[in-house]
Design a protein around this ligand. Sequence first.
Ligand code: GTP
Ligand code: MG
Length: 335
Amino acid sequence: MKFIDEAEITVRSGDGGAGCVSFRREKFIPKGGPDGGDGGKGGNVLVKAARGLHSFYDFESRRYFKAQNGGAGSGKNRSGKKGLDTLILVPLGTLIKDLETDELLADLVLDNHQIVLVEGGEGGKGNKHFATSTHRTPRFAQEGQKGAEKRLKLELKLIADIGIIGLPNAGKSTLLSRFSSAHPKIDKYPFTTITPNLGVMMFDEDQSLTFADIPGLIEGASSGKGLGHKFLQHIERTNILLHVLDIHRFQLRDILRDFSIVQTELRAYHPSLINKDQVIALNKIDIAPVNRRDIEETCHVFHGRGHACLAISARTGEGLDELKELLRNKVLSQP
Ligand SMILES: Nc1nc2c(ncn2[C@@H]2O[C@H](COP(=O)(O)OP(=O)(O)OP(=O)(O)O)[C@@H](O)[C@H]2O)c(=O)[nH]1
Ligand SMILES: [Mg+2]
């Protein structure tokens, strides 16, 4: 399914139903008093975050959401029906802004978190409310209040525990496919991944880690090179970054250069990304001309910069159990 992380929609709540003008007309009760019922309240438009949704795909085909109007009141003090609410489902991590003012109205990060976007109009009061001792036969009732309309901008910032980052072709998606049941596209060309992939790694019944695999970054991504850097919004909320470095042409200098290209791009997007805990995965060890000392030396450099570091092969599976454990412990030890 197509991945879409921006959408504009219009929501409109239901109008309140009109109050009713009516008088009791029963046999043997001449000159009955007013008995016009109230109009029903208009329906609300609500939004709810639902696990299992990962994109705004549905808003491609529907951009206008209207709740039902309230029913009019009727005689014999019968109130009008309340208008039905309209519920919009969005992925976890959806930000809702007022399109005109850019004001943030909601940030839905928890499953089932629900808010009212526009409240339905109140129903009008029936004529029975307007009877007084001096005016016993009010021939008027209130109109229902009109519903409200809002134009909204939706933005998605995925919720994941770990963001997988690196240059194109480093093996990010291969790693995601190893860690989860996700089936991202994998190929030997750069920019195979063009939109983020989410994957969930289960440890046991109630413990899991969610990974976000994003497109590759290249030098100058922040000024639009490659696929740009806007997709970094999807790792903004992760606590840990898993930085995959391709070491198949093993040269410490090249590895450090690749690393720093990505760091520079992260910083250019937002300096806070640099402060995230970053784990280094030296990938493609199966084809790298290295021995243990080379790896130790390389990892030593990263340790010196405060990063955990492991050599792995996303293809053969080497080192992956160790990496899983490391990530799990890191996530578990977070506040
Ligand atoms: N030999 C070897 N090849 C690997 C390994 N991991 C990934 N590859 C290969 O490297 C190529 C790129 O893998 P992807 O997983 O698509 O890389 P990516 O980082 O997601 O690339 P983009 O989506 O383009 O940024 C594919 O041909 C993979 O089969 C590994 O551990 N060893
Ligand atoms: Mg990929």
